[in-house]
Design a protein around this ligand. Structure first.
Ligand code: ADP
Ligand code: MG
Ligand code: ZN
Length: 628
C-alpha cells in the first residue's frame, strides 16, 4: 500500500472533516440530554434537608408528604404548614432505607415511590449506546474507505482516462497562418487520413507519427486540430505530463486506453502534447532513471509499432525540446517525420493578426502591417494575446473600436508587463532618466544600432524606466560593428550614471544590461570568431545543462579559458571607453533630454532623433562661427 500514499492526503482530508463533524455532534447530543434533567432538578430541589432532620420531623408529626425516588436515592419532602407553591425539600437517602420506610408505614405521612422524575440513568445508558454506535460506524467507515482506496489505485489507469476527444475540432487551415511550410508539409497528412487508398493502392506505407517541433505558442496544438478538422476525423489529445503519474504502470495503461479508444474511432488523429515529458532519453538526464516514465514510453513505442499496416490512425506529437527526446521515438515507423513550427516572420505575423482581428472591432486607421512590424519575435499566441488585451483596453476606455493607442499599450504590456505608476520627481527618478537617455543616446549615435522607438519613465513589470528599440529582423545577419554598437548601447545606461552621478552613486539598475553585454561578448569570442583568439568554436550549440548532456561544456583547457575571459574583458573595455566618450561629449544634450523626459514621461523615437540632430547641427554652426 505504500504506492498509494501520495494520494492519501486527499482522502484523509475528506475524512478528517467528517470526523470533526461527527465528534461535535457526539459532544452535543448527550450533553443536551443530560443537561435538561439536571437543570430541572436543581431548580426543583433547591431547599435541602438532612436524613436525620427528616427522621425527626416525621416522628414529631411535622411532615405532610414524602416521595421516595429509589433510583436517584432522594426523597422529596413536603412539610405541614409549608406554602402550597413552595418547592419540596430534598433529602439524600441511602441505598436502602428500611428504618425510614418502617417509620413512614407507622406514621400518618402521605408517602409513596416515584421514579419518573429523574431519567438521568436512562440518559446515561442511552448516550453510551449512541457513542458506541458512532464509534463502530466510524470504524466501519474507515475500513471501507481504505479498502476502496486500494481498489481505486488498482483500477486507476482505466477509470480515469485523462485524454480528451473532440469529434469535430471546428478548426481548419484557414485558422492557422504564418507557418506556411509546416502547413504545406501537413497537408499531406490530411490526405493520408482522408483518402488512404490513394497511397495504399500503390503500396506506399502511410507514416504513423509526425513530430511538431517549435517554441510554445507558435501554433502546434492549433495545427494538429486543423489537420483533424480538415480531414474531418476525431481528435484525441493528451499531454505528456498527464502520462507521468506517481503510480508505476498508470501512464502505460493510459497509453493503452488511449490507443484502444482511438482504434475504435479510426480514422482519427492522436495528439500528444509535451511529449518530452515522457519521451526523454532513458536513463540519463537529471533525476536519473524513472521507472514510470520508461514504462510509459515503452508502451507508447509498442502501440505505435503495433498498428497493423494502415489502421487510419496518425499520431502527432509536439515538443519544444527535440534534443532531449529518446532516439527510439525518432526511428522509422514512429515519429519519423519532423516538422518545424517556427516563430512567424513579418508577413506571417501580419496574417496571424488578420485572423485574430476578424472577430474584433478594429478601427479603420489601424494598420496591421505596422503592428506586425512592431512585434518581432512574437508567437501566434502572443499576437492573439495582444489583440485581446487591446480589446480589453478599448472596452475599459469606453471606445467604439480598437485603435493604434490600445494596440501599442497592449504590445508594451505583453512585452514588459503591467504598467505601474510613475515615480514623483526626485533624485532617483532623475537617475533613471539619465540611465535611459544614456541607452537611447548612445544607441542613436552608434552607427549600425537599431533605431530608438521610445524612451519612457513609466514603469512596467520590474523595470522603472524603459528604452525601446525597433530591431531590423529582416536583416538576419549581424556585423561585428553592429554587435559592438549593441554592446555600447547597453553600456549607455550605466556609463550615464557614472558620468553624471559619479562612481559612488552607480546603481543596481544595470544588472540586466551587464548580463546581455557579457552574453554578446562571449558569443563573439567563443562562437563567432570575432576576437584575437581567432576562428575557433569553443562552445557547442547546446549548452543547456537541464537536458541529457552533462559535461559537454568547456571542452577547452584552463589556459584557453583564461584567454577567453581576457578577450571578453577586452571587448567590453573598448566599448566602455567609446561609450564614455559619447556621453561626455553630449552632456549638455543629455541634460536637455532628461529634463524633457521628466516633463513628458515618454519621448518617442522621431522626437528624440530630431532633438539630437538639431543639437548637433547647432554645435556644428558654433564650430563654424568660431573658425570663421
Ligand atoms: P502551441 O501548441 O504551439 O504552444 P497553440 O496552438 O496552443 O500553441 O497556440 C495558442 C493560441 O495562439 C492558438 O489557439 C491561436 O489562437 C494562437 N495562435 C498560435 N499560433 C497561431 C498561428 N500560427 N496562426 C493563428 N493563430 C495562432
Ligand atoms: Mg500547445
Ligand atoms: Zn539599462
Amino acid at each position: 500500500m505504500k504506492r498509494s500514499s501520495p494520494r492519501q492526503p486527499h482522502h484523509s482530508f475528506v475524512s478528517t472533516i467528517f470526523l470533526i463533524r461527527l465528534f461535535t455532534s457526539w459532544a452535543l447530543i448527550p450533553g443536551l440530554l443530560v443537561a435538561t434533567p439536571a437543570i430541572a432538578q436543581s431548580k426543583a430541589d433547591s431547599p435541602t434537608m438532612t436524613y436525620g432532620q427528616l427522621y425527626k420531623d416525621i416522628k414529631s408529626g411535622q411532615v405532610k408528604k414524602v416521595e421516595i425516588d429509589p433510583l436517584a436515592q432522594k426523597a422529596r419532602v413536603t412539610l405541614k404548614g409549608q406554602a402550597e407553591d413552595a418547592a419540596p425539600k430534598t433529602v439524600k437517602l441511602f441505598k436502602t432505607n428500611p428504618e425510614l420506610i418502617e417509620l413512614l408505614k407507622t406514621s400518618q405521612v402521605n408517602w409513596g415511590i416515584r421514579r419518573t422524575s429523574d431519567n438521568s440513568a436512562l440518559v446515561n445508558l442511552l448516550s453510551h449506546v449512541i457513542i458506541a454506535g458512532i464509534l463502530i460506524g466510524l470504524l466501519l467507515m474507515i475500513i471501507r474507505r481504505s479498502t476502496q482506496a486500494s481498489g481505486q489505485a488498482m483500477s486507476f489507469g482505466k477509470s480515469r482516462a485523462r485524454f480528451q476527444m473532440e469529434a469535430k475540432t471546428g478548426v481548419g487551415f484557414g485558422n492557422v497562418a504564418g507557418i506556411d511550410e509546416a502547413k504545406e508539409e501537413l497537408q499531406e497528412v490530411v490526405t493520408f487520413l482522408k483518402q488512404p487508398e490513394k497511397f495504399t493502392a500503390i503500396g506506399a506505407k502511410i507514416p504513423r507519427g509526425v513530430l511538431l517541433i517549435g517554441p510554445p505558442g507558435t501554433g502546434k496544438t492549433l495545427l494538429a486540430k486543423a489537420i483533424a478538422g480538415e480531414a474531418g476525423v476525431p481528435f484525441f489529445s493528451i499531454s505528456g505530463s498527464e502520462f507521468v503519474e506517481m503510480f508505476v504502470g498508470v501512464g502505460a495503461s493510459r497509453v493503452r486506453d488511449l490507443f484502444k479508444k482511438a482504434k475504435e474511432n479510426a480514422p482519427c488523429l492522436i495528439f500528444i502534447d509535451e511529449i518530452d515529458a515522457v519521451g526523454r532519453q532513458r536513463g540519463v538526464g537529471y533525476g536519473g532513471g524513472n521507472d514510470e516514465r520508461e514504462q510509459t514510453l515503452n508502451q507508447l513505442l509498442t502501440e505505435m509499432d503495433g498498428f497493423e499496416g494502415n489502421t487510419g490512425i496518425i499520431v502527432i506529437a509536439a515538443t519544444n525540446r527535440p534534443d532531449v527526446l529518446d532516439s527510439a521515438l525518432l526511428r522509422p515507423g514512429r515519429f519519423d517525420r519532423q516538422v518545424m513550427v517556427d516563430y512567424p516572420d513579418l508577413n506571417g505575423r501580419h496574417k496571424i493578426l488578420e485572423i485574430h482581428a476578424q472577430d474584433k472591432k478594429v478601427d479603420e486607421e489601424v494598420e496591421l502591417a505596422t503592428v506586425a512590424r512592431r512585434t518581432p519575435g512574437f508567437t501566434g499566441a502572443d499576437l492573439a494575446n495582444v489583440l485581446n488585451e487591446a480589446a480589453i483596453f478599448t472596452a475599459r476606455r469606453r471606445k467604439e473600436a480598437i485603435t493604434m493607442a490600445e494596440i501599442n499599450d497592449a504590445i508594451d504590456r505583453v512585452v514588459a508587463g503591467m504598467e505601474g505608476t510613475p515615480l514623483i520627481d526626485n533624485k532617483s527618478k532623475r537617475l533613471i532618466a539619465y540611465h535611459e537617455v544614456g541607452h537611447a543616446l548612445v544607441g542613436t549615435l552608434s552607427p549600425g544600432h537599431d533605431p530608438v522607438e521610445k524612451v519612457t519613465l513609466i514603469p512596467r513589470g520590474q523595470a522603472q524606466g524603459l528604452t525601446w528599440f525597433t530591431p531590423d529582423e529582416e536583416q538576419g545577419l549581424m556585423t561585428r560593428s553592429q554587435l559592438l554598437a549593441r554592446i555600447a548601447g547597453l553600456l549607455g545606461g550605466r556609463v550615464a550614471e557614472e558620468v553624471i552621478f559619479g562612481d559612488a552613486e552607480i546603481t543596481t539598475g544595470a544588472s540586466n544590461d551587464i548580463e546581455k553585454i557579457t552574453y554578446y561578448a562571449r558569443q563573439m569570442v567563443t562562437k563567432l570568431g570575432m576576437s584575437e583568439l581567432g576562428l575557433v568554436a569553443l562552445e557547442g550549440e547546446n549548452d543547456n545543462s537541464l537536458g541529457g548532456d552533462w559535461g559537454k561544456r568547456s571542452e577547452y583547457s584552463e589556459a584557453i579559458a583564461g584567454k577567453v575571459d581576457q578577450e571578453i574583458r577586452q571587448i567590453i573595455r573598448a566599448a566602455h571607453q567609446q561609450t564614455h566618450q559619447i556621453i561626455e561629449e553630449n552632456r549638455v544634450l543629455m541634460d536637455q533630454l532628461v529634463d524633457l523626459l521628466i516633463e513628458q514621461e515618454t519621448i518617442d523615437g522621431d522626437q528624440f532623433r530630431q532633438l539630437v540632430e538639431k543639437f548637433h547641427a547647432k554645435q556644428q554652426e558654433k564650430v563654424l562661427v568660431m573658425q570663421g
